[in-house]
Write a protein that binds this ligand. Structure first.
Ligand SMILES: Nc1ncnc2c1ncn2[C@@H]1O[C@H](COP(=O)(O)OP(=O)(O)OP(=O)(O)O)[C@@H](O)[C@H]1O
Length: 685
């Protein structure tokens, strides 16, 4: 591996290789400016005003996509191939005036070798060069000779990778295009039809992989995915704002981001809360059967709702009568079609009219389409259709289920036992559905009901992060959004902290409607340095015994301090001051109830409270329940015992602690005044 020292090439740093590469970069920048100028010079001429406006918009977007960001470079790597070809790999294609590539998009097929080539499988690559970047200029390079120079250590960790990971964080998560690792690249480029489920320890790059996969899919299947959409689903808003800049930085601005709680029918307001046992039951897949029964029980028997149990239509002086048994067959046929309740309801008047027309024909008439239409729209048919197949509304159905024990019993028969039904029942129901205080679990049920009535539109691909925390019913809500597409599922069983968190991935995939999804494990940790990871994984046998320990790829072991303090908050404040004296972000993670105490203790140290303050700050006080998925250069954890005790049971508490302890990129300080949880104290407790 040859590297040049960081610094700008120039008279003071005349490294000839770097200087030549910088010239290629300057030339690429000039070509990009030319491409942009060309797009800006085009006059939209689509033939009419609408087409002109569309074309102008397309050109405007194209010009924006060709903007040059002076803070970064147009390429971060290069491959030299056996046949003499050379490719520079960057965030987007740049071509010269003749159309030849100057920089190749990282997502193009020829770029694959940059990420995958190794000594054992060189993919036709002789040399791979990675570039270090500082303020938009090339500052270093690192060569790997894949077919020669056996004396070099092919497995030596990349210093550029290490520098990239350790570069201080000042804002939200960054992209990793320059340093995607082979095992990550295999997931990023899995084909669109494949649903992938990634089990990965903290910091193995699951989130990064999911986001880069979305960007790759958009590149490889631009037309379909732009038309049908891609959706990223994350656990909460803090997480979404942490990851929200990655796809735009990769040029993809049209990907929807939402929380799981956001997957509810529009207008649903959550104002109530459930006891844990109730929420767990509402989250079980069995509940879906109860809801289905509730919806379809609305279809009535002709004998109950029609005079004489039959449909009678008068036209002129003639009366036509469709008897009950024929109506029943017709309803059965509609129910058996497998369409949604509302779609079948829309068909019913036509089916009823058809039955009437058959009688007319049998009597020797020859009714045409106009007659068929008139019968379908007649008051008698509309009234009968409404009585047999009444319009439904999700809120009404759920309100009735939770407030009428008889109705619940009828729908839950054989699915929920009497105690479970009692658990679900509202003891003080609101008078109307509009006044109901829906809980978060109810909102998911409303979404399920909405889908039983009308099919939820599906996007082409969903990226689901922190999937281990979702209930079966929440997973079904995600499944609806990718019913005709595929999904990338990301998570870690050991980080499951909800009462309904997943025990195993095949079950999750089944609820997502993708039982054949490919299960992959990532076990090389990029975020957490080894000293910190080794400390945190002491908890693993207690929280997810079946999972193997991840290894940190970081050469720098990072710093770990465990401080026993007489008085907690002064010691925390001192640790935060020390951490903040160095460049980079600082997370002060405390039990949720301790947030005010932590904020008071920090006093004059400028800080923000995650989830409360909108403006991000370099020092953030983080309630333990919001730490998942986030990362900071330095983390100060206050009182592990309090973080564990805040959860309903010990295993969940230790899992929360595991999440909290694995947020640090460079240094972790654990401050405790109470004894450490024994599982963590290990040998030195
Ligand atoms: N190939 C890579 N090159 C550079 N940085 C990387 C790479 N892979 C991961 N990282 C960095 O490691 C950190 C952790 O990545 P990420 O958040 O995707 O991990 P995760 O598995 O989702 O973690 P968690 O389970 O804790 O949420 C991020 O800062 C990410 O940018």
């Amino acid at each position: 591996m040859s590297t040049a020292p960081p610094g700008e090439p120039g008279p003071a740093d005349p490294d000839p290789v770097l200087a030549a590469e910088q010239r290629h970069l300057d030339a690429a920048r000039a070509e990009l400016a030319r491409m942009r100028a060309h797009v800006e010079s085009l006059v939209p001429d689509g033939g009419d005003a609408v087409a002109d406006a569309q074309l102008a918009w397309t050109l405007h977007r194209r010009a924006l996509s060709l903007a040059d960001d002076p803070a970064t470079t147009l390429f971060f790597g290069r491959t030299d191939h056996d046949g003499g070809e050379r490719f520079y790999i960057g965030r987007r294609h740049v071509t010269d005036a003749a159309g030849d590539p100057v920089v190749v998009d990282w997502r193009a097929d020829v770029s694959r070798a940059f990420y995958r080539a190794s000594r054992t499988e060189p993919h036709g690559v002789r040399l791979r060069r990675r570039f270090g970047v500082e303020r938009g200029r090339l500052s270093a390079y690192e060569d790997e000779h894949l077919v020669a120079a056996p004396e070099e250590d092919a497995d030596a960790p990349s210093r550029i990778l290490a520098a990239e990971i350790e570069r201080p964080r000042s804002g939200p998560m960054r992209d990793i295009v320059a340093t995607i690792q082979p095992e990550q690249d295999a997931l990023v480029r899995a084909d669109l039809a494949t649903s992938v489920c990634v089990q990965g320890a903290p910091g193995t790059g699951k989130t990064a992989v999911g986001l880069h996969r979305a960007a790759w899919l958009l590149y490889a299947h631009r037309e379909r995915l732009t038309r049908q959409g891609v959706l990223v689903v994350g656990p909460n808003r803090a997480f979404l704002s942490h990851i929200g800049a990655v796809l735009p930085a990769l040029g993809e601005v049209e990907v929807g981001h939402t929380t799981v709680a956001g997957l509810v029918p529009p207008g649903t307001r959550v104002r109530g809360a459930d006891d844990v046992a109730v929420a767990v039951l509402k989250g079980e897949a069995r509940t879906a059967q109860v809801l289905r029964a509730a919806v379809w029980s609305a279809v009535r028997d002709p004998a109950e709702v029609l005079d004489g149990g039959a449909l009678v239509v008068t036209r002129g002086s003639r009366r036509w009568r469709v008897p009950g048994y024929e109506l029943r067959d017709l309803l059965d046929e509609l129910r058996g079609r497998g369409v949604r309740y509302e779609a079948a309801r829309a068909l019913l008047p036509h089916r009823l009219a058809h039955a009437v027309l058959q009688q007319m024909e049998a009597a020797g008439d020859s009714p045409d389409d106009r007659v068929a239409d008139a019968v379908a729209r007649s008051a008698e048919v509309r009234r009968a259709a409404k009585a047999l197949w009444p319009p439904l509304d999700p809120a009404r159905v759920l309100h009735r289920l939770l407030s009428e024990p008889e109705f619940l019993r009828g729908c839950a028969d054989g699915v929920l036992d009497a105690d479970e039904q009692e658990l679900l029942r509202w003891h003080r129901p609101s008078r109307t559905p509009g006044a109901a205080r829906w809980s978060a679990a109810d909102a998911v049920l409303l979404d399920e009901l909405a889908d039983l009535l009308e099919r939820t539109p599906s996007v082409a691909h969903v990226v689901l992060d922190e999937a281990q925390d979702l209930s079966a019913m929440q997973l079904r809500a995600v499944a609806r959004r990718c019913s005709t597409g595929s999904v990338t599922v990301l998570g870690d069983i050991a980080q499951g902290t909800t009462p309904w968190s997943a025990r195993e991935w095949p079950e999750v995939l089944a609820h997502l409607g993708k039982p054949d999804g490919r299960l992959e494990v990532l076990d090389r940790g990029f975020r957490v340095p080894s000293a910190v990871l080794d400390y945190a994984t002491r908890l693993l046998p207690h929280i997810a015994a079946g999972l193997s320990r991840p290894r940190s790829v970081r050469e720098d072991p990072g710093s770990l301090e465990v401080l026993a303090a007489g008085a907690l908050w002064p010691a925390v404040a001192a640790a935060v001051e020390r951490a903040a004296a160095v460049e980079g972000s600082v997370g002060v993670v405390v039990a949720d109830a301790d947030v005010p105490a932590a904020a008071r203790a920090l006093g004059a140290v400028p800080h923000a409270i995650l989830g409360e303050d909108s403006a991000p700050a370099r020092v953030q006080v983080v309630p333990a329940s919001l730490a998942k998925g986030l990362e900071f250069d330095r983390v100060v954890v206050a009182e592990p015992a309090a973080i564990v005790a805040a959860e309903p049971d010990e295993r969940t508490g230790l899992r929360r602690l595991y999440v909290v302890l694995t947020r640090a990129v460079s240094g972790l300080v654990v401050v405790h005044a109470r004894p450490l949880p024994p599982a963590l104290a290990g040998g030195d407790g």
